[in-house]
Design a protein around this ligand. Structure first.
Ligand SMILES: C[S@@+](CC[C@H](N)C(=O)[O-])C[C@H]1O[C@@H](n2cnc3c(N)ncnc32)[C@H](O)[C@@H]1O
Length: 331
């Protein structure tokens, strides 16, 4: 490697090493409600400052946000840029603040990384574990999928345009809602923990899908049956929460709930055999180690093995544009 190549590499490394600073800046600004305070008109620090905040500290903070392109500055006054107005304020067209809230809490978890690696498991999962699937988390899941839901619905429509769909651990039901909008012959069920289906119901009502999309309280792990007669069962962002033994049982119960020739669609990070790529997936594997007692990301080979053992045929992987991919199989 020559000197220029090494310099470029070191520059990239420095970027990576300090990348958390940019993330922390954005999530902290949102947690301090700063984008709302600078929404619309230009305002001075004095105008927006809270009693508990230091004027100089806030100014330095706002200057860094300006450098990042999330505030703009005229003289000594600031206001949101088009992007922060669009994504991080009360009248945001696409409100990404639930995701920022989740990430903001993530810093505390990631600061435990060295201890978690030594222990091989989460240090604090007991505090985030049970309470994790609360309405705030479900709103964050809705926000994270906002820009990918259409691609997913179009993909699902290839396998089902009529018939009955189960969204297992569906959360807000974002993908099944989007599918039902473009597949008028289909009906469905969002099954999730009792507290979560209340959140799903409010989204279903907002989309006026109550007649075709029902909800059902279900415990994926402790319930022995997921019902029967489904044409398609969607398992999106679920299997990474659990370890392999539970995932094998989930897929067996899924198989039983499907009609003959019914399909299962798993949406998740699908890793290579080394478990290293996609890189976002291996980072997510760490996140699962920090956040859950047994969660992880799994390889295509592992999914194929579990699906085959459950009785599925015609197993294949479909690559999507976003972060996750699909494993699809038939009963
Ligand atoms: C990462 S979210 C994914 C939600 C949705 N599938 C999506 O992709 O937006 C995980 C979901 O699994 C649900 N879940 C976790 N454990 C569960 C269990 N034991 N029984 C039923 N649902 C569960 C959570 O409530 C949450 O809605």
């Amino acid at each position: 490697m020559n000197h220029d190549q090494l310099t470029t590499l070191v520059d990239h490394l420095f970027e990576d090493i300090s990348a958390f600073q940019r993330g922390r800046l954005i999530t902290t600004a949102s947690s301090m409600n700063l984008f709302n305070r600078f929404s619309g008109e230009y305002r001075s620090i004095g105008e927006v400052k809270r009693k508990s905040e230091d004027k100089e500290g806030l100014k330095r903070f706002c200057d860094a946000l300006t450098g990042l392109g999330l505030l703009q500055k005229k003289g000594e006054n600031y206001r949101c840029t088009e992007i922060s107005e669009l994504l991080f304020t009360d009248h945001a067209e696409f409100d990404l603040r639930p995701i920022l809230r989740l990430q903001h809490r993530g810093y505390e978890m990631w600061s435990e990384l060295d201890r978690a690696v030594k222990k091989g498991q989460a240090i604090k999962f007991k505090t985030v574990g049970k309470g994790l699937f609360n309405p705030k988390f479900i709103h964050a899941m809705e926000a994270r999928a906002h820009f990918r839901k259409e691609e997913m619905a179009q993909e699902l429509k290839k396998y089902i345009w009529r018939g009955k769909v189960l969204d297992l651990g569906g959360g807000s039901g974002i993908f099944i809602r989007e599918l039902l909008k473009i597949a008028p012959g289909a009906t469905g069920v969002v099954a999730d923990l009792p507290g979560v289906i209340k959140v799903a119901e409010s989204y279903i009502k907002e989309d006026k899908l109550q007649k075709r999309l029902k909800t059902e309280p279900l415990d994926i792990i402790n319930d022995n049956s997921y019902g029967k007669g489904y044409d398609l069962i969607l398992i999106a962002a679920i299997l990474h929460i659990f370890g392999p033994p539970k995932n094998k049982r989930i897929l067996k119960k899924t198989y039983k709930a499907l009609k003959p020739k019914g399909k299962v669609v798993i949406m998740d990070y699908i890793m290579n055999d080394e478990h290293s790529l996609p890189h976002k997936g291996s980072l997510f594997g760490i996140h699962m180690m920090l956040a859950t007692s047994e969660g992880n990301v799994y390889s295509e080979t592992q999914y194929r093995d579990w699906l085959k053992r459950a009785g599925f045929k015609k197993i294949r992987k479909v690559t999507l544009q976003g972060q996750s991919d699909l494993m699809i199989a038939e009963k």
